[in-house]
Design a protein around this ligand. Sequence first.
Ligand SMILES: [Zn+2]
Length: 156
Amino acid sequence: MVITESAWLSLTEQAAAGAPYEVCSVLAGYRPCRHQAARAIVNLAMINISDTPRHRFAVAPDDQLSVWETIDRTGLHPLAICHSHPDAAPTPSDEDIEFHDPSLVMVISGLDVESTDRAMTCRGWLIKGGIAYPEPLIIDHRISRSSEIFDDHDMA
Ligand SMILES: [Zn+2]
């Protein structure tokens, strides 16, 4: 999946700002023909209402509905459900896999285990039959249209 730089920055800044709690969001964008990679242009943040937000995430139905309405209104497609692992690698837990919608990519921001200074990184996953397969995330540094579409809506 391709992610525009602005959506990528929003995703990584949201995860950093939310630590030590998990954050969650939806990446939305375009889903072209099957020969082209989906292209995420905006990160739509949701509030983590879990009772144990350091280790889990949960979204209020109203919040989720509002994000889905925003996606509908702009003619985009939901592409990925994102959450963060402030203290762990960006690999899905059994629970992450169990409750994930397999029609969407799973994106996790987590600790880069190869880094010595607790840097964060993101990984994409496709969930099929209860197994997580790596989905490459490609950052597109060209200017995206997301700032035009979402001019009046604070996504951070
Ligand atoms: Zn998780």
